[in-house]
Design a protein around this ligand. Sequence first.
Ligand SMILES: [Zn+2]
Length: 345
Amino acid sequence: MNIDLLKRLCETPGVPGHEHRVRDLIAAEAADLFDTIETDVMGSLVCTRNGEGDDPERVVLACHMDEIGFLVSHVSDKGFIHVSPVGGFDPRNLFSRRVLVCTEGGDYKGIMMAEGKPIHISAPEDRKKVPEPTDFFVDIGLGSAAKDKVRVGDFVVMDEPLVEMGERIVSKALDNRIACWLGLEVARKLASDGAKHKCRLTVAFTVQEEVGLRGARTVAADLRPHIGIGIDTTLACDTPGVPERDKTTELGKGFGLHLKDNSFIADLRLTREFEDIARANDIPWQRTILAGGGMDGAALQQAASGARAIGIVVGTRYIHTVCEMIDRRDLLAARDVLAAFVATR
Ligand SMILES: [Zn+2]
């Protein structure tokens, strides 16, 4: 598999409203794979492979480009950087992190710490308190000079490389750069297989999903899909401390057919179609329902007069941390079923 592309996608910084670097990377990769590539008003990258005839069926895959992160909200006179989260962080995962502060003038390595005292001088009750995400600050080591380098509105991401562990891949931002990878690799597979699909296939690399499906809404209004497929990570809580019934998915058991979350319920006929295709092609899958959360598929489903919609997801352990983990076989299963589906339309 094209692990180099996934590594570059995951390691490129891009939070809601600041997806431009990820978009540039995808646009360069997409150049030979699509007939048209456009950026919409909000910044989503809309890549289309033409269909046949005057009014082909419109199939849209939505792959959000943004990762959770922070915007700089204040820089103190001493150069400590305060931040405002964009996306859902669990503060317990934010202690002592290496981060990257991204500015127009360049990127600065930094560390993220919680306000307060180290263990040597803190009271036992202090150590039990969990701070809010806004109680964390960033130190880029430049002292008061940071005030000249970093401005309110600059963005901050976690700074960790992608690593491979056997069949498993660990990285920050697998949510949702795996979908960006899938959007490109599905098109690459269709091209290399010489698959002649009748539908007009659009892969929309959307913005601002992590703050409420914002980019997918405007993309969907413009494209008016007949079939909308949201592509994303989902939970894999097949780990210690989570009851079996809450696992959502298991790593290595195939791609996830996402049937319900707080934002939508999958189309029944599409569910059947995807299962038939998976069965016929020996592609492993697991049905899955997410107890909370939402995904871009909902925005596609409810655009204009509505679309048939489903989610294709990849189970991810330790989600919304720098240690997100997937199984590469699940990712490949998602690629194969999506390419097989598009080829039939
Ligand atoms: Zn996501």
